[in-house]
Design a protein around this ligand. Sequence first.
Ligand SMILES: [Zn+2]
Length: 206
Amino acid sequence: MNCNIVKDLIPLYIDGCCSEESRKIVEEHIKDCDDCKKLFEDMKSSSEVITVSQSPKTFSKLNDWKASVLQSVLLFVSFSLITIGVALESRTPLGIENGLWAINLVIPATGFMLSLANWYFVRVYKSRKSFSNSSLIATLGIILCAYIWSGFHYEMSLFDWFSGNNFHHSMIAFLFFNGIGILLTIVFCILSKTLSNRYAKMLGKE
Ligand SMILES: [Zn+2]
């Protein structure tokens, strides 16, 4: 068999798209012909390299896309919560009993949304763990700062609430007014930690 014909058949053989007859011809020929055997092995190994390097690329592109979708959805949901909370809060007259429940929706959602800014720096962090921990700290830190701000906004005095002989009653009032906020803070902190971890995993971070 002519070497040139076999050389034409080798790529088809490697791709598995030649006839049974051609397949036998190639196999028979490379047993005896060192030239064609070498060509066959070179082409086979280079085709394997291409297959191997292509699949993680497709995989990571899909995951990049998933990560972007996750980030966008979270941004949209948390911003919507803030908008709803602010709209409702502005319709109620100023006063602890009126607007505080709405601010308890706005503050945890704001903390979570602002912590998403940290996600743009995911590649700066050494590990997935340090990234998710910093996201958690950012969420909690922003929420606490916003609560301190809201204390001024509603002209609350924590000192008045917790001092005197009415501590028990004040504590119940505090938990009553801020109960939803405390619950949402816990929920958003857990979400921040777990979702940032998931996000980093999608981007292939160890
Ligand atoms: Zn040959």
